[in-house]
Design a protein around this ligand. Structure first.
Ligand code: FES
Length: 261
């Protein structure tokens, strides 16, 4: 799914995370080197690198939180994974910040500090692994488009009306989808070869976003594990999902498409 925090469709969070990763790793290495070579200057270098790492981690967290809230599909395996990823990163930042704070009054290369930093290094490595799964398997921030799918489209509605104007007849091209956020609901509006259709965005397998998948010949395919659903009746045409998706009624009037909830 396209990231909400992006620069010309490039997600910002993955651009920033190499900085804290590299800086925290360098902190541990400089502190260990300070002990091995008995050089105070190396420990001092680690002390300054460390606080810069904390600053970059906080900056990188901002687009990460935006993507957690707006891009990761709700009620999905990726949402749980992203939550754990965020908790591990938060603990890591707290560890490096606390160690930096106490280094001021102590021997800056004390073994206790190195032990805590090593723990932080392990935690951020596990969090990084999860981040890789979120991108490479769950496609969070991956803007994958297929032939004729057009640009990514989504629209927010704050209305409690039971009938909503969701598109004009010519807004979507054939096999293009648009994600509708209607209060806490996520519904996909799509144009098939014959007509407009609307269905739940949530794949019934593990919650993948169908709007981030592909649609062709009246079948939508989930981007996570390839489940396929008939967009006219919601039935599964290929697993691993085995539960149908909800289908919504649309009406057409005066060149506009209305969704009936
Ligand atoms: S989440 Fe697994 S196929 Fe959709």
């Amino acid at each position: 799914m396209k990231s909400k925090a992006h620069l010309k469709s490039h997600p910002i969070h993955p651009m920033l995370i190499p900085f804290p990763l590299a800086l925290f790793t360098a902190t541990v290495l400089f502190d260990i080197a300070a002990i091995i070579f008995n050089k105070e200057a190396l420990a001092t270098t680690a002390y300054y690198i460390q606080i810069v790492g904390v600053a970059f981690a906080l900056i990188a967290a901002v687009p990460g939180i935006i993507d957690y809230i707006y891009t990761v599909p709700p009620d999905s395996s990726a949402k749980k994974r992203a939550g754990k990823h965020g908790i591990l990163n938060t603990i890591t930042v707290i560890i490096f910040l606390v160690v930096w704070f106490y280094k001021r009054g102590e021997s800056p290369s004390a073994y206790i500090f190195i032990a805590a930093e090593l723990l932080g290094f392990v935690l951020i490595s596990v969090a990084g692994w999860m981040g890789g799964t979120l991108v490479y398997r769950n496609h969070i921030g991956v803007y994958n488009r297929y032939g004729n799918s057009g640009k990514w489209k989504e629209q927010y509605f704050d209305s409690s009306d039971k009938t909503l104007l969701v598109a004009s007849v010519n807004e979507l091209q054939e096999n293009q989808m648009k994600l509708l956020h209607i209060k806490d609901k996520r519904i996909v509006l799509a144009k098939t070869e014959n007509k407009y259709v609307a269905f739940d965005d949530r794949c019934t397998h593990k919650g993948g976003s169908l709007a981030g998948g592909s649609i062709m010949c009246g079948t939508v395919q989930c981007p996570w594990h390839g489940s396929q659903f008939n967009v006219f009746n919601g039935y599964v045409t290929a697993g691993p999902a085995n539960e149908k998706i909800n289908i919504y009624t649309l009406t057409e009037q005066d060149g506009n498409i209305y969704l009936v909830l």
